[in-house]
Design a protein around this ligand. Structure first.
Ligand code: BYC
Ligand code: FE
Ligand code: FE
Length: 480
């Protein structure tokens, strides 16, 4: 069998020779029913019988790995797919730089490695849980299908991490794999591990912002883990990244289409002032200032996912060779960083300034900076859409210190433009910057489902092209 082909003869599709690995096959088959129970309880509510036009990975060949067809979600073939091994791969960074990549868990770094895998694994089902109510209000069958595509692939990402736990971590790996099915997004007693994954995703604009900003954190974290000296983690993350691209596409185009529709409606009605919120809302579209507030919320929740700016955990993971930097192998330095420094934004003596720190301690900060650059490009593309319609408005990323709960800025009260203020003033002005309950109610009032092929809710423009080159009125989801 070619390494890029996937074996569909076993219950769990895979390209890792699972049929010959009886111990792991058995462990995963034992985990499987719990996963399906979790999916039925916490997966997309009300659509488990629907036939959804989904892509399934049938190969890991970058040139053609997906096959499209109608599937009922509980019958989706969640598989374990690793990118092909690179012959002679070495650990690209840290104290073990240049040594052969590990094919087994390095004993001295076992606990740290397991923690990284568990955190990554925990986010995947969390996002499915956060999005489970959205099917009821989808603005079109096209969007409904995209939601479900993202959901089944996040489910597969959970499988990817669970495979590593079962294969490489023995008994405590099995226990962690079980715990991944027990925690619940937003639960008071068993919450998911990271903040943003316990927030609600109440409406479709939130979903699009989430897939733009939070799935993009996923991309950055997976890129860093794809550099790992632990080869199975690297290979699994490399394949996950090919799926991730679609999730961010869903977010970027979803927000883009929302903006497009708002601007078109304003132009048709002859409204020039983007801040004429009542007039714009009377048109049944989401005003641009409210879109900015949603952006502020999801961007800042996602910044928190990078951890503290100065982190010994991150330094240890780098030095151990477990988690690298974004595009590690393309960076022109020694990849060991013993003497290197990195500028970290800090609040000192009443103002923000960059202070040099040991680069090793600033690994989280660097990744966050790379993330912000990536986000900025996307916001620029949204602004092009606004510009083309002739509406005078630009979206922007808020200041890094605004609305933070993790890291050095979490103790400050800062506006989106970076002004420091007292907590009382910040609290009083909160609703200028973040979605208020009334904004939420308004958006909610627009969230009525649109279920005829080719129809779209009034607040969002249709996509320019269909999925898998399908025509505009294609029935992406056949409702049961
Ligand atoms: N919430 O030293 P620090 C995705 C804790 S998204 C709550 O800075 P570190 C996806 C931290 O645990 C990508 N707690 O931590 C997207 C630590 O506690 P201990 C997910 C937090 O380890 C959409 C303490 O604070 N993957 O895939 O350097 C849909 C000190 O912090 C948070 C990963 O994140 C938080 N936000 O950095 C579906 C990759 N932040 O140890 C999927 C794996 C920090 O003192 N994870 N704390 O008790 C990591 O690389 C790192 O663990 C983190 C945190 C970047 C998350
Ligand atoms: Fe994922
Ligand atoms: Fe994703």
């Amino acid at each position: 069998m070619d390494m890029t082909d996937v074996d569909y003869s076993t219950k769990i599709p895979n390209n890792i020779g699972l049929a010959e690995d009886r111990r792991v096959l058995k462990a995963l088959e034992q985990w499987h029913p719990g996963y399906i129970d979790w999916w039925m309880q916490m997966g997309p509510e009300g659509f488990q019988e629907a036939e959804v036009y989904l892509r399934t990975a049938v190969s890991v060949d970058p040139k053609g790995w997906a096959r499209f067809g109608y599937v009922k979600m509980p019958e989706y073939r969640w598989g374990i797919l690793l990118a092909p091994a690179e012959e002679g791969r070495v650990i690209p960074f840290g104290a073990h730089k240049g040594e052969p990549a590990w094919q087994d868990v390095p004993g001295e770094h076992r606990a740290l490695l397991r923690r990284l895998i568990v955190i990554q694994g925990d986010t995947e089902p969390a996002s499915v849980e956060q999005q489970r109510h959205l099917g009821a209000t989808a603005p079109s069958l096209y969007d409904l299908r995209n939601l479900f595509q993202v959901n089944v692939e996040e489910g597969r990402h959970l499988w990817a991490m669970v495979y590593l736990l079962h294969k490489y971590f023995g008994r405590d790996g099995r226990e962690e794999a079980d715990e991944l099915l027990r925690r619940r997004s937003g639960s008071a007693d068993k919450p998911r591990m990271l903040g943003a994954f316990n927030e609600a995703t109440p409406d479709w604009l939130s979903f699009f912002m989430f897939t733009f900003f939070t799935d993009r954190d996923g991309k950055m974290q997976l890129e860093s883990l794809a550099q790992s000296g632990f080869d199975p983690l690297s290979r699994t993350c490399r394949f996950m990244l090919t799926e991730e691209a679609h999730h961010m596409f869903v977010g970027e185009t979803g927000v883009g289409r929302t903006i497009q529709r708002t601007c078109e409606a304003m132009k048709e009605a002859g409204i020039d002032d983007p801040n004429a919120i009542d007039q714009v809302r009377a048109l049944g579209v989401i005003d641009l200032p409210t879109i900015q507030k949603k952006l502020n919320l999801h961007f800042t929740l996602s910044l928190d996912l990078f951890g503290a700016e100065i982190s010994t955990n991150a330094a240890n993971a780098f030095t151990a060779g477990l988690k690298g930097r974004f595009e590690e192998t393309k960076i022109d330095d020694d990849h060991v960083l013993t003497d290197a420094t990195y500028p970290v934004l800090e609040y000192v003596d009443g103002r923000f300034e960059e202070v040099d720190h040991p680069a090793l301690s600033a690994i989280n900060m660097r990744l966050r900076d790379d993330y912000i650059k990536d986000c900025e490009k996307g916001v620029g593309r949204w602004n092009k859409i606004i510009e083309k319609t002739g509406v005078d408005f630009a979206l922007s990323l808020p200041h890094q210190a605004f609305h933070r709960h993790i890291g050095a800025f979490s103790s400050l009260s800062v506006s989106p433009t970076g002004e420091i203020m007292g907590k009382d003033e910040w609290d009083a002005r909160r609703n200028e910057w973040l979605p208020s309950a009334a904004d939420g109610d308004y958006i909610d009032s627009l969230m009525t489902p649109c279920r005829n092929p080719g129809d779209y809710a009034g607040w969002i423009a249709p996509p320019r092209v269909g999925i898998d080159s399908k025509p505009g009125d294609f029935e992406y989801v056949k409702l049961a």
